[in-house]
Design a protein around this ligand. Structure first.
Ligand SMILES: Cc1cc2nc3c(=O)[nH]c(=O)nc-3n(C[C@H](O)[C@H](O)[C@H](O)COP(=O)(O)OP(=O)(O)OC[C@H]3O[C@@H](n4cnc5c(N)ncnc54)[C@H](O)[C@@H]3O)c2cc1C
Length: 343
């Protein structure tokens, strides 16, 4: 059944994640991917699911990023995020409309929800994908993700169950440009659950400390074991500040407690796509590269000329970072001062 539409329209769905009426940018990245998948899946349409409370005004943006139809589930029970009402609301919609493909951001909330929806509707879920494509032979989703500690990539097909579900982390996919289109079809979906049906209550909201949102930084100065200790990061911070960027890190230095886990880049950290990525004292292990290889320009600073990071770097400096970085700071500050003087 497809609720009045022609049967068997392949629907490609994206879950729109919002918090306090702010859409998480991963939703736009997924809509971009959905449009690319739709181009390879004849007759398919891109649709979005927008759950929340007082979120109807967000639908206009969702259309601009390429959804032809938005399913709006706007109920007060969905005001604070809780797994049960969200999972029930979205699962009911899946059962009614039977999408072919369902994409969800691998954020904290998306990870919590995707598994619950997959379990409720009885399908599989490929988590933390790095690539999505349509398998040309079977016209089904080919979802690629790292496996065996990041040393192999596995492409997973979900042949027998629907929808084919996948989660993708923020910044793994490129950010699409919004389209110059008008509104599409807005479907208001009623949802009967009320507050008494939800055993989990939000008593109060404790806001997390402001964490670095490194995923969307334009410039990242990242340090690895070569930085030598927490004090080495002071130098990196100075360069990052001079360039208007943020500090990143490899996993061992986070494990060693040299820097907060929010800075970790790689397979078990964040995925980033800055315009400039400076990797200082980082060897370039595959588990690190998977998180930063989408950067516009990669500048590697390493004392070992054979370090693997140089294989993917656009620019490389073979040298001691404690000589190179202070010189870079001097140069950048000198350039900024000269520009200020000209103005
Ligand atoms: C399942 C799994 C998940 C993982 N997830 C992640 C992840 O998310 N992110 C991540 O980063 N890693 C991850 N790892 C670890 C990864 O395999 C590497 O061990 C790690 O990336 C190496 O960190 P590093 O480059 O800082 O250290 P090293 O490999 O020790 O490299 C240090 C580099 O610094 C250089 N150096 C030393 N001194 C100086 C100096 N003074 N000046 C300039 N260069 C210098 C050295 O030549 C060397 O190349 C994961 C591993 C596994 C198994």
């Amino acid at each position: 059944m497809n609720n009045g539409d022609q049967p068997a329209i392949p629907r490609i769905w994206v879950l729109i994640e919002q918090q306090e009426q702010q859409v998480h940018p991963v939703s736009w990245e997924l809509l971009g991917a959905a449009r690319r998948l739709a181009a390879d899946l004849p007759g398919s349409i891109v649709e979005a699911v927008l759950p929340g409370y007082q979120v109807e005004s967000l639908a206009a943006q969702v259309f601009r990023y390429g959804a032809e139809r938005v399913y709006l589930i706007d109920e007060s029970v969905l005001a604070p995020y809780r797994n049960l009402p969200y999972a029930v609301a979205v699962s009911q919609l899946v059962i009614t409309y039977q999408p072919e493909i369902f994409l969800i951001g691998a954020t904290t909330r998306g990870r919590d929800l995707a598994g619950a929806i997959a379990t409720r509707v009885g399908t599989g879920l490929t988590a933390d994908c790095t690539e999505l494509a349509i398998d040309p032979a079977g016209k089904i989703l080919a979802a690629t993700r790292p496996t065996f500690g990041g040393n192999l990539m596995a492409t997973i097909l979900c042949r027998r169950h629907r929808p084919q579900m996948a989660t993708v982390r923020p910044r793994v996919l490129p950010m699409p440009a919004p389209l110059d289109t008008g509104p599409g079809d807005l479907v208001r979906v009623p949802f009967a659950m009320c507050e008494d049906d939800v055993p989990v209550k939000r008593l109060r909201l404790i806001r997390a400390e402001e964490r670095p949102n490194i995923e969307y930084a334009d410039v990242i100065v990242a340090g690895g074991r070569g930085v030598g200790g927490p004090e080495g990061f002071v130098l990196l911070e100075e360069l990052a500040l001079a360039l208007g960027g943020m500090v990143g890190a490899s996993r061992p230095v986070v494990d060693a407690g040299w820097i907060d886990p929010g800075h970790q880049i790689g397979q078990t950290g964040k995925t980033v796509r800055p315009k400039l990525y400076i990797a200082a004292g980082i060897s370039g292990a595959v588990q690190h590269r998977v998180g930063m290889s989408g950067a516009g320009v990669i500048l590697a600073i390493n004392s070992d000329p054979h370090a693997p990071i140089f294989q993917i770097a656009d620019l490389g400096i073979v040298g001691d970072l404690f000589d190179v970085i202070p010189e870079m700071i001097r140069q950048v500050k000198g350039y900024s001062d000269a520009r200020q003087a000209q103005l």
